[in-house]
Ligand binder design. Structure first.
Ligand SMILES: *Cc1c(COP(=O)(O)O)cnc(C)c1O
Length: 457
């Protein structure tokens, strides 16, 4: 193996093309394309082999809530590796970090979610939930209650079960998904599907789609409903206020478990510790990941209730777990990460200061000819690009203008993601007002350059 530390950008790019299969990548394009080779990051800024400084408006992939370069997290990993780098939590063993973190999570999450089952990714957490829920209904003597209801544009991960829970048609198409027993209904996406209804009316209609599906399948067949409090990867779909209370009522009425996927919304993103608190959701199961360690190391968990744990216990040993469930180093980093979030008041600051400020600054983009709607809660937001501000007409083919805008933002020093023709953002929670100004200024430059390219004045 050659020593690689002083390669040129071009050498890195070529080696990447040759040997590295990146996720969600077109492998024909990748043969000639050039990945941006990120070398380091500090605060909210990333740097690459070309020396570019780019503001990370996405917190990595919605995860570096405490920002980059936090020594406390590195120290926690180092000390834990020196003391106990690994031990499993199968076979009647545990260790201090996994126990301590479970207690901290029970405290932080909404009432009733007092138990943590660990895995290493959001996908694994959701697979775990499918296992738990199926076994739960078996133990309740209702083995027919097995179908999961989810929404179109939902993202719950990429394993076979998690992608089946998800509502991404592209992912389904490539793997003959969803598996049997996974159904999808309309998301509470007013801008795209609300037509002439008010957002409040549409929130009720989108919730009714869930109840209609339960009635169509028969409540005795429906195990659970899963939803992200705000759909992240689906392009920051913020449900109208009427939606979640109605979903809550419907799940209760039909004895359907409610799963709030907090992988993005958790750990301060929406201005509360969890999106369930922002929307007053009372879930039976809650997958968490991403912001749990700010992405410094992989860790996820399923938080759940006494009822679920006690019911699973009726079946003897729960035959499920991962080699890395409750990994001591990952749990130690999560504890350090939560300490930073608490000490720096990042949750409250997001709710009362930076979140409202982002929303104000986004509103200033509303006058731009390409902008149909801006929306945000806490520090998760979106800019919906449109062909016609009045009629909310979408671009065709979908996604091209968004992709152009993403490139123009990058050229102006800002990472935003484009999903269809929606620009989405989820910056680290340490972002300051002054840095939000910079982010929005760069976004405007990206929008201007896009408008110019496609000939919109
Ligand atoms: C990212 C994500 C997942 C999947 O997490 P991975 O760690 O990538 O497996 C699940 N649910 C939501 C809401 C996500 O955003």
């Amino acid at each position: 193996m050659q020593r690689t530390h002083n390669w040129t950008t071009q050498e890195w790019v070529e080696a990447d093309r040759k040997h590295h299969m990146r996720p969600f990548t077109d492998y024909v394009e990748a043969k000639t394309g050039s990945a941006r080779i990120v070398t380091r990051a500090e605060g909210i800024y990333t740097f690459d082999t070309e020396g570019n400084e780019v503001l990370d408006g996405m917190a990595g992939l919605w995860c570096t809530n405490v920002g980059y370069g936090r020594k406390e997290l590195a120290d926690a990993a180092y000390s834990q590796m020196m003391e106990l780098p690994y031990y499993n939590t199968f076979f009647n063993s545990a260790h201090k970090p996994s126990i301590e973190l479970a207690g901290v999570l029970a405290e932080l999450t909404p009432d009733g979610l007092d138990h943590a089952f660990y895995a290493s990714s959001g996908s694994e957490a959701n697979d775990t939930i499918v296992r738990m829920v199926r076994h739960y209904w078996n133990m309740k003597g209702k083995p027919a209650k097995k179908t999961f209801i989810s929404r179109e544009y939902a993202y719950h991960g990429t394993t076979m079960a998690a992608a089946s829970l998800g509502g991404m048609s592209g992912m389904h198409g490539q793997a003959d998904l969803p598996l049997p027993g996974f159904e999808h209904v309309m998301p509470p996406y007013w801008y795209a599907f609300g037509g002439d209804m008010t957002p409040e009316e549409f929130g009720m209609a989108a919730a009714k789609a869930v109840e209609d599906k339960i009635l169509e399948l028969g409540a005795d067949k429906v195990a659970a409903f899963i939803g992200e409090p705000i759909q992240g990867a689906g392009a920051v779909i913020i449900p109208p206020e009427t939606y979640w209370p109605e979903i809550q009522r419907i799940c209760k009425k039909h004895d359907v478990l409610l799963i709030a996927d907090e992988v993005i919304c958790g750990f301060g993103r929406t201005g509360n510790w969890f999106g369930s608190q922002t929307f007053d959701i009372k879930p039976d199961l809650m997958p968490i990941a991403k912001g749990l360690t700010s992405g410094y190391i992989p860790l996820s968990a399923v938080m759940t209730t006494d009822d679920i744990v006690d019911t699973l216990g009726k079946g003897g040993e729960f035959q499920h777990g991962f080699t890395y469930s409750g990994h001591p180093v990952a749990c130690a980093v999560a504890l350090a990460n939560i300490d930073v979030i608490k000490r720096e008041n990042l949750v409250e600051r997001t709710r009362t200061d930076t979140g409202p400020y982002l929303s104000e600054k986004l509103a200033e983009l509303q006058d731009h000819p390409l902008v149909g709607e801006v929306r945000s809660v806490g520090l998760i937001g979106a800019i919906e690009l449109t062909k016609n501000k009045e009629t909310r007409e979408l671009f065709e083919p979908m996604g091209e203008v968004g992709a152009k805008c993403k490139s123009h933002c990058m050229a102006n020093g800002l990472i935003m993601r484009s999903t269809r023709d929606v620009m989405v953002m989820s910056p680290p929670l340490i972002i300051t007002r002054a840095e939000i100004d910079i982010m929005i200024e760069r976004a405007r430059k990206g929008l201007d350059a896009t408008a110019k390219e496609i000939g919109v004045a």
